[in-house]
Design a protein around this ligand. Structure first.
Ligand SMILES: [Zn+2]
Length: 261
C-alpha cells in the first residue's frame, strides 16, 4: 500500500558501492535463531539484527551478549510483546496506551543495555502493529525520542527505493509467513537488486520454533548473499538506517502530539 510512494525519489549510495542492501532481522529471541541461523551467518561472515523481548534468561543472555560483541545487533522488541486480538499472544495490547508501550520500550532498552552495553538501539513493532488500544503510537514514539529507527511489516513488495519518502519509524519489511523456500527468499533479494534499493527481511523460527523457514532455505539465502557480496551489502538494521539518515534524511517533522497516560 505504501509502496506506491516509494517508486521514485532520492537514492542512497551504499558504502562499498553495492547496488542493493539486504537487512536480515530475526524476532522474538527464539532458540532456533541461536542454534541454526547464527552458525550459518557466522560461517558466511554476514551481519544481522535480532529483535529481542524479555524472553531471554540466564542461559541465553550470555549467548546473545556474545553475538552483540561480534558483528550482530540486538534490537528492542518490547518487554512483553503486546499485540491485538490474538489468541497466540499472551499479552493483549487493547488496554495499552501509547505512554504505556513507550515506557515498556524504555524498560527493554535498559535491559538490553545491561546485556550488551550499547546505547543506540533500533526497534521492531510487536506483530508489526504500529498501534495499541486502537491508536497509532508512531508519532508519540517519535516525540519521545527514545527510538530513531523502527521496523514495521509488509510483504515481498517491500522494496525501499524512495528514501526521501521513507519514514525511519515505519521502515517496511518482508514479513515471512513461514514455509518460504530458498528460491522465494532469493527472488526477493533479486527484486531488491533490480530496483537498486533496500530490503529488510523479518524472520522468526529457523528450522524450529514458529513461523518457521527451514534451515535449508535459510542456508540457500545466506549462500546467495555471501556469493554476491560485491553487489549486495548486508548490514545490520542500525547500519543501514544510519547510512540512509546520513545521506537523505531530515527527520520527519514531529506533529503536535501529546502522549496520554
Ligand atoms: Zn515478534
Amino acid at each position: 500500500m505504501l509502496m506506491a510512494l516509494f517508486a521514485h525519489g532520492q537514492e542512497v549510495h551504499w558504502p562499498g558501492g553495492q547496488q542493493a542492501a539486504i537487512v536480515l532481522t530475526y524476532d522474538d529471541a527464539l532458540p532456533s535463531q541461536l542454534d541454526k541461523a547464527v552458525p550459518q551467518l557466522k560461517k558466511a561472515g554476514l551481519r544481522a539484527t535480532f529483535f529481542l523481548t524479555s524472553d531471554i534468561d540466564s542461559l541465553s543472555i550470555p549467548r546473545w551478549r556474545k553475538l552483540a560483541h561480534q558483528r550482530f545487533e540486538l534490537g528492542n522488541h518490547t518487554v512483553f510483546h503486546p499485540c491485538s486480538g490474538r489468541d497466540d499472544n499472551p499479552v493483549p495490547s487493547e488496554a495499552y496506551t501509547a505512554y504505556r508501550i513507550i515506557r515498556e520500550i524504555e524498560v527493554m532498552d535498559r535491559f538490553l543495555f545491561a546485556v550488551d552495553g550499547r546505547i543506540k538501539r533500533t526497534f521492531a513493532y510487536p506483530c508489526a502493529e504500529t498501534f495499541v488500544g486502537g491508536r497509532d503510537y508512531v508519532d508519540s514514539l517519535r516525540k519521545y525520542k527514545l527510538v530513531k529507527y523502527a521496523r514495521a511489516g509488509g510483504d515481498s513488495s517491500s522494496v525501499i527505493t524512495d528514501f526521501e519518502q521513507l519514514d525511519t519509524l515505519r521502515v517496511p519489511s518482508y514479513g515471512l509467513e513461514g514455509g518460504e523456500s530458498g528460491q522465494q527468499l532469493i527472488a526477493f533479494v533479486k527484486s531488491v537488486e533490480q530496483k537498486g534499493g533496500l530490503g529488510v527481511i523479518m524472520f522468526h523460527g529457523i528450522g524450529a520454533d514458529y513461523i518457521t523457514v527451514s534451515a535449508e532455505a535459510h542456508q540457500q539465502l545466506v549462500s546467495y548473499l555471501q556469493k554476491h557480496q560485491k553487489t549486495i551489502w548486508v548490514p545490520t538494521f542500525q547500519q543501514a538506517m544510519d547510512e540512509v539518515y546520513r545521506q537523505v534524511k531530515r527527520p520527519k517533522a514531529t506533529q503536535n502530539v501529546t502522549i496520554s497516560k
